[in-house]
Design a protein around this ligand. Structure first.
Ligand SMILES: [Cu+2]
Length: 126
């Protein structure tokens, strides 16, 4: 009689112990998944933010006109592969006035530029 009681008690203990372990492991899995979701979401945010900010294009062309007062340069540039642009003449915004030292009419230059809102802004002149 005593041995049956002991057996059933140890059976109950074994069941409840494995039950607790199971509950714990599924909680851990849950937490890991949430953690991973958060990390991948943060990574996606970072990627879209950096690609919007950091897209730098390069164009080579001849300076057609400069407007130091407005802070613009008109360039007859060749094709820009990264933007799928054909050769064209267009005006860029020049935020850094120091670039006007290199942006001289009829001079051939290579510029780095980025799209900032609706504007194409010169970020470097070579
Ligand atoms: Cu253009």
């Amino acid at each position: 009689m005593q041995s049956i009681a002991t057996l059933s008690l140890s059976l109950i203990l074994a069941l409840s112990t494995s039950g607790a372990v199971f509950a714990q492991s599924s909680a851990t899995k849950d937490m890991n998944m949430k953690d991973m979701d958060m990390k991948s979401m943060q990574m996606a945010n970072m990627n879209s933010a950096s690609s919007a900010k950091m897209a730098i294009h390069q164009a080579t062309g001849v300076v057609k006109a400069v407007d130091t007062a407005k802070g613009t340069v008109t360039l007859a540039h060749g094709p820009v592969k990264s933007l799928n642009w054909p050769a064209m003449t267009m005006t860029f915004v020049v935020k850094d006035k120091a670039f006007f030292g290199k942006l001289v009419a009829d001079k051939k230059v290579t510029i780095d530029f980025s799209k900032l809102g609706a504007e194409y802004v010169v970020t470097a002149v070579n």
